[in-house]
Write a protein that binds this ligand. Structure first.
Ligand code: PMP
Length: 303
């Protein structure tokens, strides 16, 4: 879906018009994929707009930058403030938030030393991410350990994600599931994955080249509170097919059920009970209807 522009984008400390938020074609990031970024959501709640798990996202953003030796010219608190300011100035109640740190324009060559570290924050409307509940196991593997660090949400990692996504779409599936270099289940092109088996949740560990998802972390916490057992362990491909339920988690995807994988019905081929319950709990949490979880929300109106 094409962008519906908002008014302002925050770029290196200034709010500028959407149409003017441009970079030079010879910027380092364009040629070598040298960016780290986040995807965050702001939800409309009864107490006004609230950003979900803002600090967890900016912390991961700064960790992503640290892995690539990028020195961010702002503090985490300054970025948090800039995110809030950008939502407010655009008068949005509900939006997707995309902060990005990238190596900018100075010279080209693999060595980025001397290229500025630029920062931008855009906010815009983004509804449902996954269009259907089907997936395939990708013929593309997830990035191997000690090649591209999966823990860094780096722009270049998404070339691997694009291979997974485009292959899945070209075969008529909604999403692809990548295996890791050992053949165990890793994650979707832009989501973590869970299986439900005998009322327990099983999800791949960090060692399976996954992004440490904030929605994954949220689901683990709320599932444990609901009394469900959560296990982080290697999942063989065939365990997907015989699972009772499968779902993806991600900021864009939220909790998205997967009802068919490689055209095999998962469970009865419909959204399962555990997934449905988690979706309902998650919605309560993000819309400030769970008083125990208000600390995960940053309310815009309180500033
Ligand atoms: N894995 C990948 C590859 C992703 O792009 C995302 C989306 N950021 C996730 C997992 C889920 O992470 P989160 O729940 O923090 O959005």
């Amino acid at each position: 879906m094409s962008f519906v522009p908002t008014e302002k984008i925050w770029m290196n400390g200034k709010l500028i018009n959407w149409a003017e938020a441009k970079i030079h074609v010879l910027s380092h990031v364009v040629h070598y994929g040298s960016s780290v970024f986040e995807g965050i959501r702001c939800y409309n709640t009864k107490q006004g707009p609230a950003v979900f798990r803002l600090q967890a996202h900016t912390e991961r953003l700064f960790n992503s930058a640290k892995i690539y030796r990028m020195e961010v010219p702002y503090t985490q608190e300054q970025i948090d403030k800039a995110i809030i300011e950008t939502i407010q100035v655009n008068k949005l109640e509900e939006c997707y938030i995309r902060p990005i740190i990238y190596r900018g324009y100075d010279h080209l060559g693999v060595d980025p030393t001397g290229c500025p570290i630029d920062v931008a924050i855009a906010v815009y409307k983004w509804g449902k991410y996954l269009q259907n509940s089907t997936a395939c196991v990708s013929s593309w593997m997830r990035i191997a350990p000690n090649t591209m660090p999966a823990m860094s949400k780096c722009g270049a990692n998404y070339m691997n994600s694009q291979l997974i996504k485009l292959e899945a779409l070209s075969h008529g599936y909604g999403e692809g599931i990548a295996l890791d270099v050992s053949g165990y289940v890793s994650e979707g092109s832009g989501e973590n994955i869970f299986i439900v088996r005998d009322s327990a949740l099983i999800t791949p560990p960090y060692a399976a080249s996954i992004l440490p998802g904030i929605t994954r972390n949220t689901v683990i916490a709320i599932a444990q509170e609901m009394g469900l057992k959560v296990i982080e362990e290697n999942i063989p491909r065939e365990a997907l097919y015989v699972a009772d339920e499968v779902f993806f988690t991600g900021t864009a995807a939220e909790i998205s059920p997967v009802t068919h994988i490689d055209k095999i019905k998962i469970g009865c081929g419909e959204v399962g009970k555990t997934t449905r319950t988690l979706v309902e709990r998650f919605r309560k949490v993000v819309t400030a209807e769970d008083p125990e979880k208000l600390h995960w929300l940053t309310f815009l109106n309180q500033r």
